[in-house]
Design a protein around this ligand. Sequence first.
Ligand code: IMP
Ligand code: MG
Length: 186
Amino acid sequence: MTPMQEDLDRVLFDEPTILRRLDELARDITAEYEGRELTVIAVLNGSFIFMADLLRRIPLPLRLDCLSVASYYGEAATTGEVVFKQIALPDVARRHILILDDILDSGLTLAAICDKLKTERPLSVKICVLLRKLKPRLRPVDADHVGFNIGDEFVVGYGLDYMERYRNLPCIGVLREDKLVQAHQA
Ligand code: IMP
Ligand code: MG
């Protein structure tokens, strides 16, 4: 076991399981957007591995833009504020937009992104997340495409971080409770 894996309470999804699910997601998305020009907007940093693996499975001509937002500030609880880290937003007017994000948790991030993009008059806006936590949202937002539903636990790996660590873990797992505390005190 690697040192990062030792910090997990348990693995939820190993790499082959994730990739098998991405095959299915990619098939659904390809069928949905066949014949239309798709613009994907990936929310960094958390979605970078998900984006790379999913988009290579979609054989459609598409445009890619990335957005960078911060809503967690290294904490394991949301601050309630969403900050857009770039001044210029991607060009979304008259385009079919698919937003890709790592996880739907409180919903604040995706609700804020949808609000912002919709002011630019896209033709359509849909959301695809790798993970959706089954819990009440702080804002009413749901995803149109979901990799996996999970419980209300703090997970890391496959792009998801805790204080910028664990993003490069190939699987998705629940972080050990004592690691959350330790990192807070560090
Ligand atoms: P929101 O609470 O839905 O706005 O989610 C905001 C962001 O918090 C997500 O895009 C993730 O980057 C991060 N986040 C939420 N839950 C988790 C988790 O369990 N592990 C790691 N990051 C998380
Ligand atoms: Mg994060």
